[in-house]
Ligand binder design. Structure first.
Ligand SMILES: Nc1nc2c(ncn2[C@@H]2O[C@H](COP(=O)(O)OP(=O)(O)OP(=O)(O)O)[C@@H](O)[C@H]2O)c(=O)[nH]1
Ligand SMILES: [Mg+2]
Length: 470
């Protein structure tokens, strides 16, 4: 690297640090498994802010209520190697004559918004009337997030975890049976390793749609390889034989199958997961964890436990700590975490509190650990794009609050009573008694305003950036 370009890099770094220090820049990590609602959320967040001047849907965003947020624009960011978030494409799909939800994400993209606001602070006001807040957000496929907990595991730990999960699950064991035949202590040709890896990937991909055993879906690039499709770095699989797992590996030669698999696993961690995590998540200031509780409720006890385990493991990957600008300049850490139950428009408003409590209970352990660090934590039931209406209707001879919307699968208008959400954790037996019936809703073709209808996006914005408009 030339001296000139390294000076430029240092100057850029200093500028970034100064901006962080005086709170002019906020980087938000939108965290959520595949289908949790990240892309819909980012689209709505941008839409609400880009229409700030005529948006009367944000009563809980204080600075907007006070009329101090003047305008927002999409700005270009410095990370030129990252594609831009396809905001217009998402919005066009939503406002089309035949609307569709934004498509599932297959790669990384970034959005940067510059928000101009009037300064409130008496002292700062004397220096300058207006200021600007820059908000950075990254979108990526949820599957890739499943990799973060792998950073803490060795190849043997990971194999042991896969072994235990497969033992507990009722998955088809055909791949396991043939993998046990392999002689792990001896070398194996590359093309045979590639073949067994491909079969393993197929095996877990099938389970992805059948069961919700998220930890078996690691590594995330096995499910969605992106630019790594076909690369040898993805040619590995776990050792599942318990006798081999319990044996001493220290004397194994470097060309044995175990060592080759271990080497590729470590390479994947070092070269794929670590840079992804460092570049996109290590520098974040605020985090929102999006959880599709409806999927959890629809799929029963085992799915609940899997999701609980996966999200708790995931949250351990982030750095949480007090907000203090000096500290943040040198070691950035998250000072606010919002845990949000997405798609709350599937649930009548009178049950939103139950939805929040259900999510709070589900993540109680993680919440406790994070709160211990002194960080601000909130739980909300939200809908990035509200596509239903609450209506009173008869359900099993009872008048109940239901939701009315266009069913995605049939295109028909339906009135749905999703069931009663328990505001607490349920035992395995009680789970079996619960009856939930959530349907997927389409975006109606009659959205009139160019501002997306939502539930509590203003509370989300207040929590994530409201304090920055000083
Ligand atoms: N009713 C309703 N459905 C929603 C909402 N947000 C998301 N959805 C539904 O959830 C689906 C997934 O949302 P996405 O935003 O694509 O989820 P994602 O987290 O980006 O998923 P990946 O890109 O696969 O990681 C959408 O296609 C919608 O069907 C919402 O606010 N209301
Ligand atoms: Mg997405």
């Amino acid at each position: 690297m030339s001296d000139k370009s390294s000076i430029k890099r240092v100057l850029y770094k200093v500028e970034q640090l100064v901006e962080r220090g005086i709170d002019k820049r906020v980087r938000i990590a939108v965290t959520g498994l595949s289908g949790a609602g990240k892309t819909a959320f980012i689209t709505s967040l941008m839409n609400q802010l880009l229409h700030i001047a005529d948006n009367d849907q944000l009563p809980f965003l204080r600075a907007a209520k006070e009329g101090r947020i003047l305008a927002t624009k999409v700005s270009s960011y410095d990370e030129l190697h990252i594609p831009e978030f396809k905001y217009k494409q998402s919005l066009d799909a939503i406002f089309d004559k035949k609307p569709t939800w934004p498509v599932s994400t297959t790669g990384i993209s970034q959005a940067q918004l510059d928000i101009r606001y009037t300064i409130k602070n008496e002292w700062l006001k004397k220096l300058q009337k207006q200021s600007q807040l820059t908000v950075d957000i990254i979108d990526y496929p949820g599957e890739w997030l499943l990799d973060l907990p792998l950073l803490r595991l060795s190849f043997k730990d990971w194999s042991m975890q896969c072994h235990e999960l497969l033992e507990q699950s009722e998955l088809d064991s055909s791949w396991r049976e043939q993998a046990v035949e392999l002689i792990y202590q001896q070398p194996l040709q590359d093309d045979k390793i590639a073949q067994v890896s491909t079969e393993y990937k197929d095996f877990i991909r099938q389970n992805f749609s059948q069961q919700h055993t998220y930890n078996l879906l690691q590594p995330g690039r096995f499910i969605l390889p992106g630019e790594l499709a076909g690369a040898p770095v993805l040619d590995f699989f776990p050792v599942l034989d318990i006798d081999i797992l319990n044996s001493d590996w220290s004397t194994l030669s470097s060309d044995s199958l175990i060592r080759i698999l271990e080497k590729r696993f470590n390479y994947y961690k070092k070269q794929i997961i670590e840079p992804f995590f460092k570049e996109y998540f290590e520098k974040v200031d605020r985090q929102i964890l999006l959880v599709d509780c409806l999927e959890v409720l629809n799929n029963g006890y085992q799915n609940y436990r899997n999701m609980q385990f996966t999200l708790s493991e995931l949250l351990k990957s982030f750095h949480y700590g007090h907000s203090n600008w000096i500290k943040r300049m040198f070691s950035p850490s998250i000072d606010k975490l919002l845990i949000a139950a997405t798609k709350a428009d599937h649930v009548p408003p009178e049950q939103h509190r139950e939805l929040e409590l259900f999510l709070q209970k589900m993540l109680q352990g993680s919440r406790n650990d994070i709160q211990y660090e002194g960080i601000e934590l909130e739980t909300l039931a939200i809908s990035a794009i509200k596509v239903t209406e609450a209506v009173m209707a008869e359900h099993q001879a009872q008048k109940l609050m239901c939701v009315k919307g266009v069913e995605l699968s049939s295109g028909d208008e339906v009135i749905n009573y999703p069931g009663k959400i328990a505001p607490h954790s349920l035992s395995k037996e009680l789970w079996q008694e619960q009856q939930y019936d959530f349907v997927d809703f389409a975006i109606p073709g009659n959205l009139t305003s160019s501002i997306l209808p939502h539930i509590r996006m203003d509370k989300v914005l207040q929590f994530l950036i409201g304090d920055k408009f000083r």
